[in-house]
Design a binder for this molecule. Structure first.
Ligand SMILES: *Cc1c(COP(=O)(O)O)cnc(C)c1O
Length: 437
């Protein structure tokens, strides 16, 4: 039996059953063979983070009573309160807010911002343009209830062309009204380099050297568990993210988190529920086990997604496309961008990812006007949790440079299959010349 499983002909037959040709399969095997050393490093990071999560669960004496459902107001929900302490321990912060009532990453960020900024304050982004959906939260694009409507102003310092923080620009932009500095760890829908936690730490130290009272908030979406340290380990006052990305481990069906100083979290909780109620309310309705179990799996799931991203970079770079990060660069989030330059290629890529999904593999994705985005976006997402982007997924705004953003994969094998299937789709549609690989 062992022999049969190790026999590559059989493995190829399994790939053939999901629509992958021998040529694409063999190309994938050659790329995989070149990545063994990098994958070994990723496994070590996952091992470290697994122990970090495990010790936080043990320290907080997590037990099955913590998985019990609360209802109504959700007073004294021990599962919820303990999970928040587990997050605080993992992120090494004084407190955390981890709730199913936080509907998504944008919501978590909106809470963190709107609770800690008051009329007359200024928010300064030092990593350039923020994630698309935050434009409306901030009021860069006019929107109901934006920070701008409430009298919070916004300023921005772009990263330098080489991806470094513009320290001179930051020093010039900070003034008496600057209350909070925002840093986005992941590139989002941009083709800039990703920011390492260490680099984020240096920028925070610089901001604090100008004014130690400025609150430094990091949009940590897609970055959790990619490195052994988190932005809160290097001085961030708040780190914010979505549970249907890395820290939910694919099992959390909804939710977001904010981890940070007790003062920031208390304000965030008062904004999420109501002044005076804060963290005390919020029933969890039986969802807690998935939050704990997903967090436990998150380091391994993130590692699988990271391997998928590196595999994709290597597959497409060798075919002549520009990939960000490139095939050899170090990684600080799980997103892989591939610049295709042509809408047909973006669409074919997404069709291939969709065709490789465990759910809705028979559906053909099309570009559509998504709320919160300024151009049509095509998305491939055949996920168990709607919109989950720790599961194998891809999206591309239909505007130049026609880049596709690929992320996730609950297992490395599935991420690999998705990438091979995306290439197969392009070949099937005659968009990539068979002769070039
Ligand atoms: C996904 C993401 C968000 C927003 O999260 P949603 O859950 O989609 O609302 C914000 N910032 C970054 C960098 C992201 O990747």
């Amino acid at each position: 039996m062992t022999k049969d499983y190790q026999n590559h002909t059989d493995l190829y037959q399994a790939y053939q059953a999901v629509g992958i040709s021998r040529q694409v399969y063999e190309y994938g095997e050659a790329v995989c063979a070149s990545l063994e050393e990098r994958f070994a490093v990723i496994d070590k990071v996952a091992e470290y983070n697994q122990l970090k999560v495990l010790s936080a669960l043990q320290k907080n004496k997590v037990s099955d009573i913590h998985f019990a459902a609360s209802s109504g107001y959700g007073y004294n929900d021990q599962g919820r309160d303990t999970l928040e302490q587990v997050y605080a321990d993992i992120f090494q912060t004084q407190a955390a807010l981890v709730r199913p009532q936080i509907t998504c990453g944008t919501h978590a960020l909106a809470i963190a911002l709107s609770s800690n900024l008051l009329p007359g304050d200024e928010l300064l982004s030092i990593s350039g343009k923020p994630y698309d959906t935050l434009e409306e939260v901030i009021g860069i694009r006019p929107s109901l209830c934006s920070l701008k409507e409430y009298g919070v102003s916004y300023a921005q310092v772009d990263l330098l062309p080489d991806g470094e923080f513009d320290l001179e620009g930051i020093a010039k932009a900070i003034h008496a009204k600057t209350k909070m500095v925002a840093i986005q760890r992941s590139k989002g829908y941009q083709t800039r380099p990703t920011l390492s936690v260490e680099k984020i730490g240096r920028a925070i130290a610089y901001v604090k050297s100008i004014n130690p009272r400025i609150i430094c908030m990091v949009d940590n979406c897609y970055g959790e568990f990619v490195e052994c340290i988190e932005p809160s380990d290097v001085g961030a006052d708040m780190v914010v993210g979505s549970l249907i990305k890395n820290p939910g481990g694919g099992l959390a069906p909804v939710g977001g988190y904010i981890a940070g100083s007790a003062a920031c979290i208390e304000r965030a909780a008062s904004r999420l529920s109501a002044p005076g109620l804060g963290k005390e309310v919020g029933a969890t309705l039986g969802i807690m086990q998935s939050f704990y179990q997903g967090l436990f799996l998150a380091p391994t799931v993130t590692a699988g997604a990271l391997k998928g991203a590196i595999f994709a970079a290597n597959i497409y770079e060798k075919l002549g496309f520009s990939v960000i990060p490139n095939s050899t660069e170090s990684r600080h989030d799980i997103i892989q961008a591939v610049e295709f330059g042509k809408p047909e290629l973006v669409i074919a890529f997404c069709k291939g990812i969709q065709a490789a999904a465990p759910v809705d593999s028979f559906v053909e994705p099309e570009p559509w006007d998504m709320p919160g985005y300024d151009a049509k976006v095509i998305m491939a997402a055949g996920a168990f949790v709607q919109g989950s982007s720790i599961e194998l997924s891809a999206d591309g705004p239909m505007k130049p440079p026609y880049a596709v953003y690929f992320q996730g994969g609950l297992t490395w094998y599935h991420a690999k299959t998705g990438i091979l299937r995306s290439l197969q789709q392009m070949i099937n549609e005659g968009l990539v010349d068979r002769a070039i690989f």
